[in-house]
Design a protein around this ligand. Structure first.
Ligand SMILES: [Zn+2]
Length: 125
């Protein structure tokens, strides 16, 4: 039984024969110079995109520049009036005030708890 080894063949270490016309010697000095170029890349301003949803969000107030958790309030919006109109249209005119009492039918307004500035709105439509 003969074992196969993964050792390289002794001929692999021998450099290939030079071709006629090939000049052996030190590499070209111009090519061997290392050129280091430093490029300064200005950091882009970080823009935080906040999506205002139903719940309060942590956001930096543009008015007082403090990081706050927004206060949520509900205001009547397009959906509120649309539902009221549809209820009147289909004969439920006695119940058409209900969308004005249901938070799920109103737009959401996020305000800053410190300065009261409006940070953003979330429309239902
Ligand atoms: Zn504020």
């Amino acid at each position: 039984m003969s074992e196969k080894t993964d050792l390289p063949h002794p001929a692999d270490d021998v450099p290939p024969p030079s071709y006629p016309g090939q000049v052996e010697g030190p590499a070209d000095v111009e090519d061997s110079k290392m050129v280091v170029t430093y490029t300064t890349i200005a950091a882009a301003p970080v823009v935080h995109v906040v999506s205002y949803r139903e719940g309060p969000v942590r956001v930096q107030c543009g008015q007082c520049n403090e990081e706050v958790v927004s206060t949520v309030s509900y205001k009547q919006g397009i959906l509120t009036w649309l539902l009221c109109f549809l209820m009147c249209l289909f004969g439920c005119w006695l119940c058409c005030w209900i969308p004005f009492c249901v938070h799920g039918c109103k737009d959401i307004v996020h305000t800053c708890p410190k300065c009261g500035a409006i940070l953003g709105k979330h429309s239902r439509v």
